[in-house]
Each structure stands twice: as structure tokens, then as C-alpha cells.
Design a protein around this ligand. Structure first.
Ligand SMILES: *Cc1c(COP(=O)(O)O)cnc(C)c1O
Length: 221
């Protein structure tokens, strides 16, 4: 199946108000170009330098999302143009993004990544810790960062009940945080190739789908 076919298949399974982020990490510029030519404009990457290179090689009307773990010293590669950073998992990172945003003279939109999966290795805030931080002064002093919502990853399992439990918890966290931020806080990013239908059922309005569109990733390349 071609990328264009896979893309339109995935799109056809999603309600209209759900944003599809096509996760193109590790795939070449030509693959992204194919999706672009089929009309797609929103792409997700997980490595800052790779994201920067693809941004420079491809049309300017692409909306680039950073979805992977981000180190503070790499923010500079993406700060001038990135549309949304999904993976903000610490106060230190949020405050570093604020500094880079000021340097670039733009507002950077972010999501707060929340940890709900059973795996300890997955990053993200514990909700209690995040609720405490959101009430503090440093958080209130981020004029160039716009918090648009919440992102999360479910436990990697075939057990639909566990997946639903994780997505339901993320939705609960979104609802808890929403009053702090107001109307612009309206993005709930959850769901990947193998679990996005569950995520949509649980209230996701942004899914991050990679392998189902572009095929399996070859990290050895
Ligand atoms: C790679 C990745 C995805 C896409 O995963 P697929 O299983 O290929 O759909 C989604 N979200 C994050 C955070 C990722 O790192």
C-alpha cells in the first residue's frame, strides 16, 4: 500500500475534529513529500536535529510537531519554527523553552506530557507533581509559552482494558488541568498506530500515527 493510501485509510477512521499527526521519524524526506503531495500538512518527529533538517528540505507550510523526549540544549534547533512540542515533562524544560521562545521573539505552544503507563521507562509528569507546579510563580512567568493541553502514552500491551484505563486517566488529567489555562487549553494528544481507536473513544483529539502510515521503522539505518 502506498503512503497516500495508508494516509487516507487512517484519516477515514478518524472523526473530522481529530488532528492526525503523521509521525515521520526515521523516514526519509521523500516519504514525507509523498504524504505532503497527498495533502497532508502535520508531521511529527522525535529528534531535534532530524526535525530541523527535514524542515529545511521541505515546504514551509508544513506544521512540525516535536513528539519525542527533548533535551534543553537541543531546543534551539526547533524553537524558531516548531508548531507544537508534545513532550514537555519537566519544569526545567518548560522554563528553557520559555527562554528560547523569547530569543526567537515568538510564542511556543506546548503540551504537558503526563506519565500514566505501567512502564517506568516512559517519561512524563506524575499528575500530583504537575498540579503543584502549575500553581507556582515560575509557571505563571512564562509569557512566551502557551500551554495547549496534555499528551500521554498508554502502556504497551494488547490488553484493551489496560489501554482504556490509561487513556481514561489522561482524559481525567486534562479535565483537572483545564481550569488553570482556559480556552486555549484544548488539545488532548493520545493514541498511536496500535491504540488510537481506543484513544479516540476516550476523548483524544490529536493522534500520533507513524508505522501505520509510513511502514515499520528501521532504526539501524
Ligand atoms: C514514534 C512515536 C509515535 C508513533 O508510533 P507508531 O507506533 O509508529 O504509530 C507516537 N508517539 C510518540 C511519542 C512516538 O515516539
Amino acid at each position: 500500500m502506498s503512503i497516500a493510501c495508508q494516509l487516507s485509510f487512517v484519516r477515514s477512521t478518524l472523526p473530522e475534529d481529530v488532528t492526525l499527526v503523521a509521525v515521520s521519524k526515521t523516514h526519509p524526506v521523500e516519504a514525507i513529500r509523498e504524504a505532503y503531495d497527498a495533502g497532508h500538512r502535520v508531521f511529527g518527529e522525535s529528534r531535534p536535529q532530524e526535525l530541523r533538517e527535514k524542515y529545511e528540505a521541505l515546504p514551509q507550510d508544513i506544521e512540525w510537531h516535536m513528539i519525542g523526549h527533548l533535551q534543553t540544549n537541543k531546543i534551539k534547533y526547533i524553537a524558531p519554527f516548531v508548531s507544537l512540542i508534545h513532550s514537555v515533562d519537566s519544569a526545567r524544560l518548560a522554563e528553557a523553552i520559555q527562554r528560547e521562545a523569547t530569543k526567537c521573539g515568538r510564542t511556543i505552544e506546548i503540551l504537558l506530557e503526563i506519565h500514566v503507563a505501567d512502564e517506568e521507562t516512559k517519561s512524563g509528569w506524575e499528575i500530583g507533581e504537575l498540579m503543584r507546579y502549575v500553581g507556582t510563580a515560575p509557571f505563571a512567568r512564562m509569557p512566551d509559552v502557551c500551554v495547549r493541553g496534555v499528551m500521554g502514552i498508554a502502556t504497551n500491551t494488547d490488553d484493551g482494558e489496560v489501554i482504556r484505563r490509561d487513556f481514561t486517566e489522561l482524559k481525567r488529567c486534562f479535565d483537572l488541568l483545564q481550569p488553570y489555562f482556559g480556552a486555549r487549553f484544548n488539545v488532548l494528544s493520545m493514541g498511536m498506530s496500535h491504540d488510537y481507536p481506543f484513544a479516540v473513544e476516550c476523548g483524544s483529539n490529536m493522534v500520533r500515527v507513524g508505522s501505520l502510515i509510513f511502514g515499520e521503522r528501521d532504526y539501524a539505518k
